[in-house]
Design a protein around this ligand. Sequence first.
Ligand SMILES: Cc1cc2nc3c(=O)[nH]c(=O)nc-3n(C[C@H](O)[C@H](O)[C@H](O)COP(=O)(O)OP(=O)(O)OC[C@H]3O[C@@H](n4cnc5c(N)ncnc54)[C@H](O)[C@@H]3O)c2cc1C
Length: 277
Amino acid sequence: MKTTYLPKLARGEILGAVAISDPATSSAEEPPACAVVTDEAIRLRGTKRFVVGAVGAGLFIVYASTERGAHDRPPGRMLLAVPSTTPGLTVAPRDPLVGVRASGSAALEFDDCVVPTAMVIGQASEARRIGKELLASADLVVAAQAVGIGTAAMEKAVERARERETDETLVGSHQSVQFMIAEMQLQLNASRLFVQRAVDARSESDSAYQAAQAKAFAGRAAVETADRAIHILGGDGSLADHGIERHWRDAKTCELNPSTRESAQLLVARHLLEEVS
Ligand SMILES: Cc1cc2nc3c(=O)[nH]c(=O)nc-3n(C[C@H](O)[C@H](O)[C@H](O)COP(=O)(O)OP(=O)(O)OC[C@H]3O[C@@H](n4cnc5c(N)ncnc54)[C@H](O)[C@@H]3O)c2cc1C
């Protein structure tokens, strides 16, 4: 599997996507993805959702629960690679996301999708460990994304504050606006430092903790920065054709993806509590 897919992924000949999230409610119509394991193959059924890059991906890394299979193996977790061309796998229509709409997020539906056992990446604790590493990498990517989105929003607000006059006074000369600009810059620079620190810690044992800190802080900072930027543009900030509302919509997704802000905060707190216990 590695020799077939890794070179293609590295050369960009195929794109990969990660399918971890289950449907919001487990129902008969939309059950979470589940793998039935036999000696010969894995049979996948159910749904994964919000898979970024699903539209156009050539290979999916799927995190599934397992049912009892051959030799009465206990139920657990499994991480496996599933090529997009596998019979029984359907990519649903693109999600109508509030932001990052170009991300090509969609649900995956597995209808008795048979995958060879050679495509298993990890099982049980190994699957959980790799899953956590994937989430830590995604936290870091989204934290950096949040810095970029916030910076774009701030640049538009500063430009506007330097140009727009009301009653022959520049918007940027109002102290209340200056406070907002300073706060945006403080939050964005702090986010940058968090991201840089998390990048430096990539091979350290606390890399997930560093990435979660960066993501929890930078996601909120981007939302607050975009909010202030819209405010500085006044009524124009609410118009879609100024492009600044897009930064707010994009920023909001950074608080929800890959984990929510609360999940990242829990990871930070639990890391610290473990250290003192
Ligand atoms: C733009 C975008 C891209 C995404 N990309 C991917 C992807 O590529 N692959 C993938 O698998 N998934 C992806 N997701 C899904 C994302 O990982 C989930 O939406 C996220 O983990 C939250 O899960 P949920 O939607 O089930 O929310 P829920 O778990 O239902 O959470 C709902 C609310 O409850 C809160 N909450 C839940 N549990 C706790 C708790 N213990 N303590 C405090 N608060 C709690 C949450 O913080 C949240 O506010 C993406 C989502 C978005 C928006």
